[in-house]
Design a protein around this ligand. Structure first.
Ligand code: ASP
Length: 589
């Protein structure tokens, strides 16, 4: 037996027991004739004492240990004279009687401590060492608990966990597919699933009624802080449901997870807002509801005063920041620089300070009188001491997005984005289509299987942009945790949808023929959604990025720096797959 106990287990009640522990050497200290070793495993740290006086040979061997050696120690548990209240085992120590080195260790590239990680690159290269740190391990423990509670909850509600294939057919909609060449079918490719969408719908046709899967999904997109090329979805589908049924079920699941994993209880139903309202008030379809500062539109109040910047655009929008009228020139310049950054792209920022004495001071004083500014302040609902920040532009949506960034920045600066507060919001009534200026065509905003609202079906041909979908997202603290829709289950309407999206009948048949076939054999009304497990975990862990709740994540270039992938494959492998690499094209990229 390698060990009788873990390194996190021994307490004062264990004093006098003979035990064996095994783990990694966290730290060695020599004091007088004593050597103290902090022994670590997943469960905690226990102090081991080697006494030169009682066993010089054993102590000598202990003195030769290094950081991260794997050792086994047998000894007697004793009460410590100087206790350490910072760790649960801090009342006791193990007086060593025997020591076995199970494995030595090279000097690690960084010290394995909570607050020492050697920097991002090194952490990722030696991720197995990084994972020894408490903080990272705790995130993975949290992820495990969340997945367990998902299964508990859904199992209680008659959901069946069904695995769907990972090698599937490539479809052109949505993000880019990762593709896998097929050796047995030369020249042909599988795709890795962006989601199990079609399979879960087929499971509904098959009568499975309630399905879920904690599923790996793959999207070949450019990466951002909360994106990974492979990620995990809690993917769900139900039959004989309307939007309300789906929302109710999964609001229940999220509440269950927060309660069981974090002890956070939501007593009220999650608030809801239509997509249009979200965009109008927050410039985002995933607004951070932990604080206010909703948008106020001002164009009509700014006209006729010869301020050419406002006069020349269609749209003027602002937020009111409480208590910030005392912002200095430097702080205001900082905000202007912020909105002018290339990622945000605003041309400038107008401010109006509502001074404590009731007067106004603004960057547009030359154009607007105190009375004008008073009208603005009234529309904002501003009070003396408040600061109004205003942006303008011709493209209302673009300007709203810029204002959204500024609002989040102000929330951050004022400490309003507290990680211990969770503000959920169901965003409903998404548009069915999204117009792409670049491609001059409509795309499905959610996906082509999402159903239109019955009352909007009449506009499908005449005014597609006006059609709302039975689609919903759950946003929390400015993050989209998940989303889904009620699906089209009628082959005629589904065909119409493909047609509106610009598919020829041949393309529809080639890409989705199997789904259309299935719909001819009795498809129940169905709908569902998917949550990002990585995002739910990072939300509960209070992290900014999903990377640290994934055991082996990829970096921002989609690389795993630990095993150096993606990597080239041998010529023989390429040959077997009938593939050739276009070196000229690679060199010209
Ligand atoms: N498959 C969808 C997605 O990945 C979720 C859903 O509609 O259920 O976004």
């Amino acid at each position: 037996m390698y060990r009788t106990n873990t390194c996190g287990e021994l307490r004062i009640a264990s004093v006098g027991q003979n035990v064996t522990l095994a783990g990694w050497v966290q730290r060695i200290r020599k004091m007088g004739g004593m050597t103290f070793v902090d022994l670590r495993d997943r469960y905690g740290i226990t102090q081991i004492v080697f006494n030169e006086e009682t066993d010089a040979d054993l102590c000598g061997r202990a003195n030769k240990l290094g950081r991260e050696f794997v050792i086994q120690v047998q000894g007697t548990v004793a009460e410590r004279s100087s206790k350490n209240s910072n760790i649960p085992t801090g009342d006791v120590e193990l007086i060593a009687k025997d020591l076995v080195v199970l494995h030595t260790s090279d000097v690690p590239p960084f010290t394995i401590k909570d607050n020492s990680d050697g920097g991002d690159d090194i952490r990722m290269q030696y991720r197995y060492l990084d994972l020894r740190r408490n903080t990272v391990r705790e995130n993975l423990e949290l992820r495990h608990k969340i997945a367990l509670e998902v299964r508990n909850f859904l199992n209680e509600h008659q959901f069946l966990e069904v695995e769907t294939p990972v090698l599937i057919k490539s479809t052109p909609e949505g993000a880019r597919d990762f593709v896998v060449p097929s050796r047995m079918n030369p020249g042909e490719f599988y795709a890795l699933p962006q989601s199990p969408q079609l399979f879960k719908q087929l499971l509904m046709v098959a009568g499975f009624d309630r399905y879920f899967q904690i599923a790996k999904c793959f999207r070949d997109e450019d990466l951002r802080a909360d994106r990974q090329p492979e990620f995990t979805q809690i993917d769900c589908e139900m039959s004989f449901v309307e939007q309300e049924d789906v929302i109710e079920m999964f609001e229940g699941m999220i509440k269950h997870i927060f309660k069981m994993v974090k002890g956070v209880e939501f007593y009220d139903p999650f608030p809801r807002m239509t997509w249009h309202e979200c965009m109008r008030l927050y410039g985002s379809d995933k607004p951070d509801m932990r604080f206010g500062m909703t948008f106020v539109e001002l164009k009509d109040l700014t006209e006729g005063r010869n301020f050419s910047i406002f006069d020349s655009v269609n749209f003027v929008v602002g937020i009111c920041v409480s208590g910030c009228a005392s912002y200095t020139r430097k702080q205001l310049d900082g905000l202007t620089d912020f909105v002018k950054r290339s990622q945000i792209g605003a041309k400038g920022l107008v401010y109006v300070k509502y001074e404590q004495d009731g007067s106004f001071k603004s960057s547009v004083d030359k154009f607007y009188s105190q009375d004008d500014l008073k009208l603005w302040a009234e529309r904002f609902g501003a009070k003396p001491g408040d600061l109004m920040l205003i942006l303008c532009g011709d493209d209302a949506n673009k300007t709203r997005k810029q204002m959204c960034e500024l609002r989040l920045e102000m929330g951050e600066r004022l400490g309003l984005r507290d990680r211990n507060i969770f503000a959920p919001l169901w965003v409903v009534d998404f548009p069915l289509f999204e117009w792409s200026e670049e491609d001059q065509r409509f795309y499905a905003m959610h996906h082509p299987f999402t159903s239109p609202k019955l009352e909007d079906v009449q506009y499908l041909d005449s005014d597609p942009g006006r059609v709302r979908a039975n689609a919903y997202d759950l946003a929390m603290n400015g993050v989209e945790l998940g989303g889904g829709s009620i699906r089209i289950h009628d082959s005629e309407l589904q065909n119409k949808m493909f047609e509106l999206l610009g598919f020829t009948p041949e393309q529809t048949e080639d890409q989705f023929g199997f789904l259309m076939d299935a719909f001819r054999y009795g498809a129940p009304p169905h709908g569902g959604l998917a949550f990002g497990l990585d995002r739910v975990t990072s939300m509960l862990a209070g992290l900014d990025s999903i990377r640290d709740c994934i055991a082996f994540p990829k970096n921002n270039s989609g690389r795993d720096v630990m095993n150096d992938s993606p990597s080239k494959i041998a010529d023989a492998q390429l040959d077997e797959l009938c593939l050739k690499i276009d070196l000229d094209k690679i060199n010209n990229k």
